[in-house]
Write a protein that binds this ligand. Sequence first.
Ligand SMILES: Cc1cc2nc3c(=O)[nH]c(=O)nc-3n(C[C@H](O)[C@H](O)[C@H](O)COP(=O)(O)OP(=O)(O)OC[C@H]3O[C@@H](n4cnc5c(N)ncnc54)[C@H](O)[C@@H]3O)c2cc1C
Length: 384
Amino acid sequence: MSPTYDVIVIGLGGMGSAAAHHLSTRGARVLGLEKFGPVHNRGSSHGGSRITRQSYFEDPAYVPLLLRSYELYADLERATGREVATLCGGVMLGRADSRTVSGSLLSALQWDLPHEMLDAREIRRRFPTLTPKDDEVALYEERAGLVRPENTVAAHLQLATRQEADLHFEEPMTRWEPYKDGVRVHTAENTYTADRLVICPGAWAPDLLTDLGVPFSIERQVMYWFRPSAGTAPFHPENHPVYIWEDEAGVQVYGFPAIDGPDLGAKVAFFRKGVECTPETIDRTVHDHEVTAMAEHLAGQLPSLPGTFLKAATCMYSNTPDEHFVIARHPAHPESVTVAAGFSGHGFKFVPVVGEIVADLALTGTTAHPIDLFDPSRLAAAPA
Ligand SMILES: Cc1cc2nc3c(=O)[nH]c(=O)nc-3n(C[C@H](O)[C@H](O)[C@H](O)COP(=O)(O)OP(=O)(O)OC[C@H]3O[C@@H](n4cnc5c(N)ncnc54)[C@H](O)[C@@H]3O)c2cc1C
């Protein structure tokens, strides 16, 4: 007879590991199935750091979720002793009318979030690594900073295991089907049944959520590490904030302080400059012309950063057309299936609260968190 669970979670990356933790903490008997090993670098949750911030330029509707996510990150650190969040401060930089600056300010004012507006001279005085043009300004947020993707996934897996979740690695789901009042899930080795299914597929959304009707597009992204020409000290977190910097053309670059010693330098990346790919076809080689383009872009903004190029790595975004998430009961299987996908390159800071929301939806069909923005029907209705 096939083993029976309350909930099966597909994908134990960022979102799925958090879901497995929250579900098992509530007493559900959980099976987690993951295609690769624990904490791998083949999806979207690797590379050492992710920006976190509360004055959210994407939409003020994200702010209450961020406030909760910050609490849950602190809980996670307490419960596991792992370093998952470092709030070193952050600047959202560009012209006053750029989306990065004006959108961040809108969220800060609407939610009364602590922030400061800095002109170009004040930015240069406080953060000598940054050399803005005279007409650029920044919103500074003391509670912005970075979260650690690998530590966060490892912490959630550790807590889920402590709550007796069964976590199976290197065992991908091959297919599933409705079965009695629940689901039946197949892998190459086994068949499992459960009352509920949770699908957190990351970049595999186009394969695993074909009947959702959402046109996901998967994008290759590159992260770059440079050793600054003047050494890493000016880039330590007490001197150098996280930043998102939008230029006149609307191109956003973001970066981090030097958090992992001189050998790893400081990390930077373009926010949205990827090419479409699939998890099977992604080019994981980073080419010289890409490194040159990044170094040239940095030369005008952080001239001391592109001293020595150290390394680069690829990662995938799973974009929805409007870059808002999809978190819901599956419209075609509303009794049994919950989905969390399409995090569009800005999901990691929400990982713990998404775990909480997914647990609510899977176990009760509803959540007290405001998630109207993430309803997939907004996208299914749009032309693909
Ligand atoms: C370069 C880069 C920079 C980013 N920067 C930021 C940032 O600064 N701030 C921020 O908030 N967010 C950022 N993000 C976005 C954030 O990292 C993602 O939104 C988040 O990691 C997505 O998590 P996930 O669980 O959806 O995907 P993943 O963590 O990739 O998890 C999906 C999992 O599903 C598994 N899987 C797939 N198919 C199957 C199957 N058939 N059976 C079992 N398992 C399966 C995969 O192996 C994978 O482990 C960035 C992303 C990238 C790539």
